[in-house]
Design a protein around this ligand. Structure first.
Ligand code: PAF
Length: 254
């Protein structure tokens, strides 16, 4: 496995499978890496905590970082190239061109500027690595919708693949933010996956999920169209931790 930090040294042939990450790898990322490993001859993983997508500075400062462990996981999962640039490599002084991600639903409204940062960094990664496929987790459903629209609208020749959400044994969707929950908060957070799962068959899934959140006030509950699939998505705050999740309503995750 090669670890590349400079764009000038990134001589990956076009047509790889790209797994963009911000590190702090968990089993959700492992599922992305495994999907990419099965479908591509060369697998590239990017490892870059993208400052442009953090709407809260405190969130950026507290973002978990453990590069040595992330590299071990990548190596174990058969990644060929890890692209781990410094911030100045992707955002050199004078950087001023941004991708406007357009309409980004309730998740975008709750996180001003977030999808502009995500769309900009991902387009840069697509341009630098020129992958045939890029892998994103279903948990970040609005991010998937943004990526599919970006590829279509800007004619980026990449297939956006969605990998189903990986959950802990108690049902909570895996996220690097889960580590911030106390045991009591984690217990309360379980209302989110439970409410979404029980509402998915209801005639009005949004109302049904809202009604079964056990007193947790959602930031939003909405139906999101991912093209091949519709999902029921929601965000809650438990203590100071913001969690998102979604379940399939119709169609197929692929
Ligand atoms: O989902 C993430 O971890 C990030 O938003 C991504 C896609 C790596 C872009 O920074």
């Amino acid at each position: 496995m090669r670890v590349v930090r400079a764009i000038a040294e990134l001589d990956v042939a076009p047509g790889s499978g790209l797994v963009p990450t911000m590190g702090a790898l968990h089993d959700g990322h492992v599922a992305l890496l495994r999907a990419a490993r099965v479908e591509n001859e060369t697998v590239v993983m990017s490892l870059f905590v993208n400052p442009a997508q953090f709407d809260e500075q405190q969130d950026l400062a507290g973002y978990p970082r453990d590069e040595a462990r992330d590299l071990e996981v990548a190596e174990r999962e058969g990644v060929d190239v890890v692209f781990a640039p410094a911030t100045e490599e992707l955002y050199p002084s004078g950087f001023a061109t941004w991708v406007d991600a357009g309409e980004t639903g309730a998740e975008g409204a709750a996180r001003p500027g977030h999808f502009r940062g995500v769309a900009t960094v991902c387009l840069k990664l697509f341009n630098l690595i020129r992958p045939e496929r890029a892998y994103f987790g279903q948990k970040d459903a609005q991010q998937v919708a943004v990526m599919r629209r970006l590829a279509r609208d800007l004619n980026v020749p990449v297939e956006i693949r969605i990998v189903p959400t990986v959950r802990a044994a108690d049902g909570l969707a895996l996220s690097s933010r889960n580590a911030r929950l106390s045991a009591e908060e984690r217990d309360r957070a379980l209302a989110l996956p439970r409410a979404l799962a029980s509402a998915s068959g209801a005639p009005d899934p949004v109302a049904a999920a809202r009604a079964s959140l056990n007193g947790l006030e959602p930031e939003y509950v909405e139906v999101l169209d991912l093209g091949d699939a519709k999902v029921l998505a929601a965000a809650i705050r438990v203590g100071s931790t913001r969690l998102i999740d979604n379940v399939l309503l119709e169609g197929e995750i692929r």
